[in-house]
Ligand binder design. Structure first.
Ligand SMILES: [Zn+2]
Ligand SMILES: [Zn+2]
Length: 353
């Protein structure tokens, strides 16, 4: 198999070849048909997340061991199965849910692998899909994509389930406008799933007018440029009675986006943070109880949410997010383009092409 490994944080991924692994026990071997490139791959390649105030969260301390093959949004064709891998056949085209826990703790036993304290996520802590082949530890993490195009299904594994998991926390989704901060790949995915989930209307916020125009075209009821001095007031004016937002989903997660999202809430409102851009937020405490505000984090999605998302997409169609395909060999160049903000929607590598 051919693969691109992260060998040293801060350095380009390194191409190499090794013997294709054979599946043991409950493992399944996939030939990788599509591997989405996610913005968080850049943080993984850097080796840290920005905590604000000059502090960093080191991924080595969180259990990332090098070398590792990145790539956590994968669709592959089953080419071999271990002796204990039941319910999966060679030739099936499968989406691999990368958010895998230890399988033994209370969270994992509930199917909340995303809340496991010892995650073994594919493409983060174990090898992922920037390779011609990959191993998935158990068939329960595989979802048959049927006739869906692999390159459009792959982003569901991270971008899709992450925004789906966040939108599931919006209790007012059908009755009130939802504010979505960020109109990049993740924002457009969020907007599209919001519609498929029967969302009332979406107010999309970004700092890039081009991206806002794209969100408008994709069905946003209104857009606001966060660079405007009165951006918070503009968002509030678009909510019921101009009182503020019942729910803000922040797919950026920077100091500025958090400030804006939190300040846009109505009494009883919920600020849901998904993005991992990095930074910090200082808030006064009395208004949290007095205004009954919620600040909630949302990390990827559970096993149940992944399954529900696949059912939603099979019933209502794939999210309408622009997808461009590139060969596996281009992975370092794609990372550079992503870092430079040059990518609209999603780039998906096609390792087995
Ligand atoms: Zn991701
Ligand atoms: Zn666990």
């Amino acid at each position: 198999m051919r693969m691109f490994q992260l060998c040293t944080c801060g350095q380009p991924l390194v191409a190499s070849e090794t013997a294709t692994p054979q599946p043991k026990g409950s493992e399944v071997l996939l030939k990788v048909l599509a591997a989405g490139v996610c913005h968080s791959d850049l943080h993984l390649a850097d080796g840290f997340f920005d905590l604000g105030g000059g502090k960093k969260l080191s991924l080595a301390e969180r259990g990332m061991k090098l070398p590792v093959i990145l790539g956590h949004e994968n669709v592959g064709e089953v080419v071999a199965v271990g002796p204990d891998a039941k319910g999966v056949k060679v030739g099936q085209r499968m989406l691999a849910n990368p958010w895998i826990g230890c399988g033994q703790c209370a969270a994992c036993l509930r199917g909340d692998d995303n809340l496991c304290r010892a995650m073994r996520s594919l493409g983060v802590f174990t090898n992922g899909g920037y390779a011609t082949h990959m191993i998935v530890p158990h068939p329960r993490y595989l979802h048959d994509i049927g006739n869906l195009p692999p390159e459009r299904a792959a982003p569901l594994a991270c971008s899709g389930v992450t925004t789906y998991g966040a939108l599931k926390k919006v209790t007012t989704i059908k009755s009130e406008p939802t504010v979505i901060i960020g109109a990049g790949g993740l924002g457009l995915m969020c907007l599209s799933l919001h519609q498929k989930m029967g969302g009332h209307s979406a107010i999309v916020v970004d700092i890039d007018d081009g991206k806002l125009a794209q969100a408008k075209k994709a069905g946003a009821k209104a857009t606001v440029n966060a660079k405007a001095a009165d951006a918070v007031q503009q968002v509030m004016k678009l909510t019921t009675d101009g009182a503020g937002a019942w729910a803000v989903v922040d797919v950026v997660g920077s100091s500025a986006s958090a400030r804006m999202g939190y300040d846009s809430l109505v009494k009883g409102g919920k600020y849901i943070i998904v993005g991992l851009y990095g930074g910090d937020l200082t808030v006064s405490l009395p208004p949290i109880p007095m205004r009954a505000l919620t600040i909630q984090g949302s990390y990827v999605g559970s096993q149940h949410e992944m399954k529900e998302l696949m059912e939603l997409v099979k019933a209502k169609g794939l999210p309408d997010v622009p997808v461009a395909t590139r060969p596996l060999e281009d992975v370092n160049k794609v990372h550079g383009d992503l870092r430079a903000g040059k990518i609209v929607g999603r780039v998906v590598l096609t390792p087995a092409a």
